[in-house]
Design a protein around this ligand. Structure first.
Ligand code: ZN
Length: 261
């Protein structure tokens, strides 16, 4: 049993064959999905999908790279969505991205977006899904100074082992996806080996970041199995045990224990 804690079923590439992809993933043991929004439109679509499928949950929010779409009304729109759907279990993906944006005034906008969406999560008692690219120290500082009461998941974590321990100390889970399986990624493998297993969750980020041996192709929801096998192997663990533990970790951080039992 696997929980995909970060997937874009709302992306056109998957959405156009949604039934097919979900069925294929379920056949290899994927039991639950967190469909993540990145702007208003994709958030609305995430909710629509979550309302249709029992085992799909939604996260809504504005990714930092969509700062151009952010307006003074964005929080109000998100709030209206939260009030209408019981399937929204997180705010995300939110955070900082200095890979695509390096200008100081844009970074400032990203920080404001991040903080106001953390406040929104706190207002509605939700955890967050975090996107952080080339911005790990600032991401940490914001989470430290503007805590999210329910913590959340470090999506596609790409920082150092030392920093990962700082995030887990704050109560955040670290999500491992296709990047873990890439030949040239060393630090993320160290992170998986050295953090507590209770802090580990799985994700695809599909349709992006296909794991080995599917690199160069669109990432399909069922490919999460390749990441799970790779991770269990790295930890010299039985695959079933690894899946069970990371599944429970996902339920814990998303506060879904009562939903699933
Ligand atoms: Zn994503």
């Amino acid at each position: 049993m696997i929980f995909d804690t970060h997937i874009h079923l709302n992306d056109e590439k998957i959405y156009e064959k949604l039934d097919f992809y979900l069925t294929e993933a379920e056949e290899v043991g994927v039991k639950s999905f967190l469909c993540v929004g990145y702007d208003l439109e994709s958030s609305i679509k995430a909710i629509e999908i979550a309302n249709k499928y029992n085992n799909v949950y939604a996260a809504i929010g504005f990714i930092p790279t969509e700062w151009k779409k952010w307006t003074p009304n964005s929080i109000l729109y998100l709030e209206e969505l939260i009030k209408k759907s019981s399937k929204i279990v997180a705010i995300g993906e939110i955070g900082l991205d200095y890979y695509w944006e390096k200008e100081e005034n844009i970074i400032q906008i990203q920080k404001e977006m991040f903080i106001s969406q953390i406040n929104l999560a706190n207002k509605y008692d939700l955890p967050i899904s975090i996107h952080s690219r080339d911005s790990i120290q600032d991401t940490f500082n914001i989470l430290k100074n503007n805590p999210c009461n329910n913590r959340g998941i470090m999506h596609c974590y790409s920082g150092s082992l030392e920093m990962s321990k700082e995030f887990t100390k704050l109560g955040y889970k670290i999500a491992f996806g296709g990047v873990l399986t890439f030949k040239n990624t060393i630090e993320i493998k160290r992170v998986l080996k050295h953090i507590d297993l209770k802090d580990v969750v799985l994700e695809t980020d599909a349709p992006y970041l296909s794991p080995v041996p599917h690199r160069g192709k669109m990432n399909e929801p069922k490919f999460i199995v390749d990441t799970a096998k790779f991770a269990a192997n790295l930890l010299e663990m039985n695959l079933d045990d690894f899946e069970k533990i990371t599944y429970q970790n996902s339920l814990d951080i998303l506060k879904l224990n009562k939903h699933e039992n």
